[in-house]
Design a protein around this ligand. Structure first.
Ligand SMILES: Cc1cc2nc3c(=O)[nH]c(=O)nc-3n(C[C@H](O)[C@H](O)[C@H](O)COP(=O)(O)OP(=O)(O)OC[C@H]3O[C@@H](n4cnc5c(N)ncnc54)[C@H](O)[C@@H]3O)c2cc1C
Length: 368
């Protein structure tokens, strides 16, 4: 029986652990936080995951996620258009979803160590030594599910870590009159804000902004009033909704640079392998899909060598995600965040819905 150590218990780490444990692997998952907890995320999960989650009994039906089939886009000045989404998605908080998967992982037999941070990984003669701030573990394989940016990446000398990471993000849960079936992407100069519903008729409000803009504003409240409020649709949401958190969830140092699906013999899943711009709305679907692809390979090739697993996974990962990530970077860099380009995106959406659909199709995957 293979012993697998998983770094990080986000969607990809938890799903990898659940599937491998169900298939008879001995899994240890190390997560630095304690469930349930809030994460900065738009909390819209593309329906490309639906068949997989339902088949594996991982769809969180008991929370009655919001069912989302429409997409609203607004320019920095508040001009708007609405399109239908072919595949659509569902809205659920990470607070609920990650804890739901964590409980399934426990019952599937994954040994979960919470409140523990991996600080070092070394491999020697087909055995890995993983050190956390509390203990030391040995395993036959290590899965890196540690998300977009982790201190362990620095200790592994991953090249992306030294590249500029110029974005910050802010998230709230609010009570608003936002349409239950719609995900909105409202632009403002220097960033964009997603709005969509989650469980219990709550709404997620989450925006990505260039850190220079935040620095210039001095604080979040001033940034919102001086910059986001220039889009009248955002001003209305901010000034008429009830805000449920005492203070927003925030993260910084976000980047979308290219990473590697395998690094120093660690097989990476989700954002640790590559992060798509949030405006594409399917980073979580990619995290779930990458965990499925990796675990399929491991289950089918249990007796194969580490080198074989690395080679096949790298190939399959690139086939599925490379062009989507490239396209996501292009859209992030060229179509959003300033008034000229968002107005162009708007005109495309209004006048040429075929092109708008083409963009959505190229940043999304197919049902898996
Ligand atoms: C602003 C913003 C909005 C987004 N909105 C959406 C959206 O609406 N829809 C969508 O599909 N995607 C969205 N995404 C992307 C989505 O959040 C990610 O793609 C997804 O969470 C990736 O899952 P993951 O399993 O790779 O990592 P994560 O979910 O980030 O989990 C990584 C875990 O690893 C843990 N960890 C890190 N380092 C260590 C360590 N050294 N030791 C132990 N544990 C560690 C962390 O605590 C964390 O729990 C958004 C992202 C951002 C930034």
């Amino acid at each position: 029986m293979k012993t697998v150590i998983i770094i990080g218990g986000g969607l990809s780490g938890l799903i990898a652990g659940i599937r491998l444990s169900r298939a008879g692997f001995k899994c240890t998952l190390i997560e630095k936080k304690i469930y349930p907890f809030h994460r900065v995320c738009g909390e819209y999960i593309s329906n490309e995951t639906l068949e997989f989650l339902t088949t594996e009994n991982l769809y969180p039906a008991e929370f009655h996620p919001a069912q989302i089939h429409r997409f609203q886009l607004s320019t920095t000045s508040g001009k708007q258009a609405t399109l239908s989404l072919d595949l659509g998605g569902f809205g659920i908080s990470r607070y609920a979803m990650d804890n739901f998967l964590y409980e399934i992982a426990l019952s599937a037999g994954v040994a979960c160590h919470l409140n523990e941070e991996v600080i070092e990984v070394a491999s020697h003669k087909n055995t890995f030594l993983v050190k956390s701030d509390k203990k030391q573990y040995t395993g036959d394989l290590v899965i890196g599910g540690m998300g977009k940016r982790s201190r362990i990446d620095a200790s592994l000398n991953r090249s992306y870590f030294t590249k500029p990471s110029p974005y910050a993000a802010v998230k709230y849960h609010i009570v608003s009159d936002h349409a239950h079936d719609t995900i909105a992407l409202h632009n403002f100069a220097g960033g964009y804000c997603g709005v969509s519903n989650i469980e219990n008729n709550k709404t997620n409000l989450c925006y990505l902004v260039h850190r220079d803009l935040l620095r210039h504003a001095g604080d979040i409240k001033t940034l919102e009033e001086k910059v986001l409020f220039k889009n009248p649709l955002l001003k209305k949401i901010f000034t008429t909704s009830e805000f449920l958190f005492e203070k927003p969830e925030t993260i910084s140092e976000i980047s979308f640079v290219t990473k590697e699906p395998v690094w120093k013999n660690i097989v990476m899943t989700g954002d640790a392998a590559g992060m798509i711009a949030p405006l594409c709305g399917n980073g979580m679907a990619m995290a779930i899909h990458s965990a499925k692809l990796l675990t399929d390979i491991l289950i089918e090739n249990e007796t194969r060598s580490q080198a074989y697993i690395e080679k096949i996974y790298s190939r399959v990962w690139k086939q599925h995600f490379s062009s989507r990530l490239r396209f996501g970077r292009f859209v992030q860099n060229n179509l959003f965040g300033n008034s000229w380009s968002s107005n162009l995106a708007m005109r495309i959406a209004v006048d040429l819905p075929i092109i708008a659909r083409w963009i959505i199709r190229n940043t999304h995957g197919k049902s898996f």
